[in-house]
Design a protein around this ligand. Structure first.
Ligand code: ATP
Length: 306
C-alpha cells in the first residue's frame, strides 16, 4: 500500500503545471502508459485499482464537504476546461456523486448573453462563485475569455471594449486580471483548483463518431464541435499559453490525461479530496451556553408525556 501511495503522489505531481514554467502539452500525455511508474501494471489491474480509489475518494469527498459546510469559512472553486468531448460533464457526475447536493453548485458558461456583455468579462463568473462552506464547479469558465476568444478574436468586436484596449498587451492584461481575481479569492478563503482535461485528437474523433452513431448520444452532437476541431492546433498553442501564465501557487492548474475516463475521474477526485482535507477543517466548537441548551432540550424531550 505504501508503494501504491507513492506512485499515486508521483503521478499527481506530474500533472501539476509548475508556476512560472514553460508548458508544452506534449510533455503531459493523454493516456497513462507514458507514466514510467505504471509500466509493470496491466491495464485491467490499473483500472480496477483506479475504480477502487475513485470510490474511496468519493466517500472522502462526501465527509470533507460536510466538514467544509459545517466550518463555514472556506469555499472551493473547481474549474474544468477541455476541448469538446473531453469529459467535463461526466467528470462532474462521477466525482461529485456522493456529495450532498445542497453544498455544491455547478455553473456552465456558454456564449455571453447581451446582459453579460453589458458587464466586464469577469462579472458573470463572479455572481456564480461559491459561498463559504460550498463547492462551486465551473464547467467552462473565465478561461474561455482567453481561449475561444483568442482563437476567434472577432468575438471581441461585440464586447464593446473601450477604443485602444485591443492592443498588443491585451492577452497579457487578461492573464493579469485573472491572476489578480483568483489571488483576491484565495486571500478571502477560496480554495481554487483548475483542471484541464487533456485528450488526444484521435480520442476526440472516436468520441464525436460515437455521438453520431449512437441515437442516445445524438442530442450531444453539435455542428460547432466539428468546426472547432478544425482549430485543434491553435487551441493547443493557446491552452499552453494559458496554462503557463495562470498556474499559480494559489490557483494551480492540473493537466489531467483524459483519453481514459476512469484515469481522469480518479485523479481529479483524489486531488480535490486531498486538497479539501488539507484545509484542516474542524466542526465548530460548542460553547458552554449552547451545551447547556442542548442538555436542557434533551431533558425536556425525554420528559414529555406520551
Ligand atoms: P459543453 O461542451 O461545455 O458540455 P456544449 O458544447 O453543449 O457544452 P454549447 O451550447 O456549445 O455547450 O456552449 C458552449 C460554447 O460556448 C462553447 O463553444 C464555448 O466556446 C462557448 N463560450 C463559452 N464562453 C464563451 C465566451 N466567453 N465567449 C465566447 N464563447 C464562449
Amino acid at each position: 500500500m505504501g508503494d501504491e501511495w507513492m506512485i499515486k503522489e508521483r503521478i499527481i505531481k506530474k500533472t501539476l503545471v509548475i508556476p512560472g514554467k514553460t508548458v508544452s502539452l506534449k510533455d503531459f500525455g493523454t493516456g497513462w502508459a507514458h507514466y514510467t511508474e505504471l509500466k509493470d501494471i496491466t491495464k485491467e489491474d490499473l483500472k480496477k485499482a483506479a475504480e477502487e480509489l475513485l470510490e474511496e475518494n468519493r466517500q472522502a469527498l462526501a465527509s470533507a464537504q460536510e466538514l467544509l459546510w459545517a466550518s463555514n469559512i472556506y469555499s472551493v472553486l473547481i474549474v474544468l476546461q477541455g476541448m469538446d468531448t473531453a469529459g467535463k460533464d461526466g467528470t462532474i457526475r462521477h466525482v461529485m456523486s456522493g456529495v450532498n447536493p445542497q453544498g455544491v453548485d455547478v455553473s456552465s458558461f456558454k456564449v455571453p448573453t447581451p446582459e453579460e456583455v453589458d458587464h466586464d468579462f469577469l462579472w458573470r463568473y463572479s455572481i456564480k462563485l461559491p459561498s463559504r462552506g460550498s463547492i462551486g464547479i465551473f464547467n467552462r469558465s473565465y478561461y474561455e475569455d482567453v481561449l475561444v476568444v483568442r482563437v476567434h478574436p472577432e468575438i471581441l468586436d461585440r464586447m464593446r471594449l473601450p477604443p485602444g484596449k485591443k492592443n498588443g498587451k491585451f492577452w497579457e492584461e487578461r492573464f493579469e486580471d485573472i491572476n489578480a481575481f483568483e489571488r483576491h479569492l484565495a486571500h478571502n478563503g477560496t480554495l481554487i483548483l483548475k483542471f484541464f482535461l487533456h485528450i488526444s485528437k484521435e480520442e476526440q474523433k472516436k468520441r464525436l463518431l460515437k455521438r453520431l452513431e449512437n441515437v442516445e448520444k445524438h442530442w450531444k452532437f453539435s455542428q460547432s464541435d466539428l468546426a472547432e476541431r478544425q482549430y485543434w492546433d491553435s487551441y493547443q498553442d493557446i491552452y499552453e499559453k494559458m496554462l503557463e501564465n495562470t498556474s499559480t501557487e494559489y490557483a494551480p492548474w492540473y493537466v489531467i490525461p483524459a483519453d481514459f475516463k476512469w484515469v481522469a475521474r480518479t485523479l481529479i477526485a483524489d486531488i480535490i479530496s486531498t486538497k479539501i482535507q488539507a484545509l484542516d477543517l474542524h466542526y465548530p466548537e460548542v460553547s458552554d451556553e449552547a451545551m447547556a441548551n442542548i442538555n436542557r432540550a434533551k431533558t425536556e424531550l425525554n420528559g414529555e408525556k406520551k
